[in-house]
Design a binder for this molecule. Sequence first.
Ligand SMILES: Nc1ncnc2c1ncn2[C@@H]1O[C@H](COP(=O)(O)OP(=O)(O)O)[C@@H](O)[C@H]1O
Ligand SMILES: [Mg+2]
Length: 426
Amino acid sequence: MNAPFNPRGSTTREPFAAFLCDDSTADLIRPIAAEMGWPLERISKGGLRNAVTTLSVSASPSILFVDLSESGDPLNDIGALAEVCEPGTVVLATGHINDVRLYRDLVNSGIQDYLLKPLNPEQLREAFSHAQMLLAAPRVTEASADRPHFMSAFIGVRGGVGASTLASSVAWLLSEKQKRSTAFLDLDVHFGTGALTLDLEPGRGLTDAIENPGRIDGLFIERAMVKANEKLAVLSAEAPINQPMITDGTAFFQLQEEMKQAFECTVVDLPRAMLIQFPHLLYEVQTTIVVTELTLAATRDSIRILSWLKAHAPQSNVLVVVNRVPPAGQATEISRKDFESSIERPIDLVIPYDAKMAVQSAKLGKPLAEVAKSAKIGQAIVDLANRMVSVSDGNVEGAGQVASKSLLGKLTDFKAMLPAKKTKAS
Ligand SMILES: Nc1ncnc2c1ncn2[C@@H]1O[C@H](COP(=O)(O)OP(=O)(O)O)[C@@H](O)[C@H]1O
Ligand SMILES: [Mg+2]
């Protein structure tokens, strides 16, 4: 059921079968199945358990709808279904459990979509037409099979440290220099600069995805993403600021899933506030780039974010990148040495401050890495991209997570480093 893209194999199959737990769902589905021209006798009771029993002795339909409501362990039972369901079937599930982790696990195990009860006709129509579209159209871009997908996330410890600048530049380098098909996902939904930096219109793709996560699939990605070059596609938004973002994070997870299928690399520009709200966004991220600078506030927030990552995304390699570093001899609020001792680990990369190149990049609407390719700052960004790729390919050990268990305790030590004037006010 993981490979629903083989329409040719489906000629001898029933178009549709449903295994439901209650009459009201059956009553809801029958007229819609009739509209689609599907035989109604394949709508049965018995939920997931009956689906497993039936499919173990008969051919799988093209579209399978299963009710998980009576399942005590939906994920385990879906595993049993996967054993008997033939490849090429698009599986849609429904149930009462509203939990993004379950959703994620179900999608990972090959379910196309999970529709939360109570169901409504519109939602079903939409899910069924999408399933049909998936059966009809193979995906255009397929990730290359020999290299696993590489997902990275850029987190700025504070606004203005240059996280978005570096994210767009690295996405551009991966696509243009390393020739890897790359998705650039800008999750700053209201104020994102992913499209702006590359001189593109963001379009409505990301906003649509948040409003209608059920629509997200390979075709959606294909249509909604804006192409920056042959190998780079961007999903970014300038959502209206009179509207709060209403989402449980499902859309973001779905987008990551689809990008994993369609591209070789995904670069996520991840605003720090999103971490607190949707920690699951980092579950699939192999390398997290923590972008910071040598200021007091950024040092405090580096400590806090590194500690958060250690607790919530221990699988992700962390690279600490200090950006906007002035030339040697020019004072910074915090010295490199004090910064490193505060965060209890070495800095992985230093990127110099270069106002001239930053201005040039903004004026030309081109990524900083492209404009500054012969400058020191451009070389530093190339080093960052190379370092990320080596970590992902397993050639270089990432600095990994912080060893100490008491990083947050460091906040007190760190405060002791503050210049005396900070404490003398009393
Ligand atoms: N190394 C640098 N030298 C000079 N300016 C920089 C550098 N890195 C980023 N900038 C500039 O800093 C500003 C903020 O960058 P941005 O990437 O939007 O930060 P963030 O996403 O962390 O809030 C932008 O105007 C950008 O051009
Ligand atoms: Mg930003």
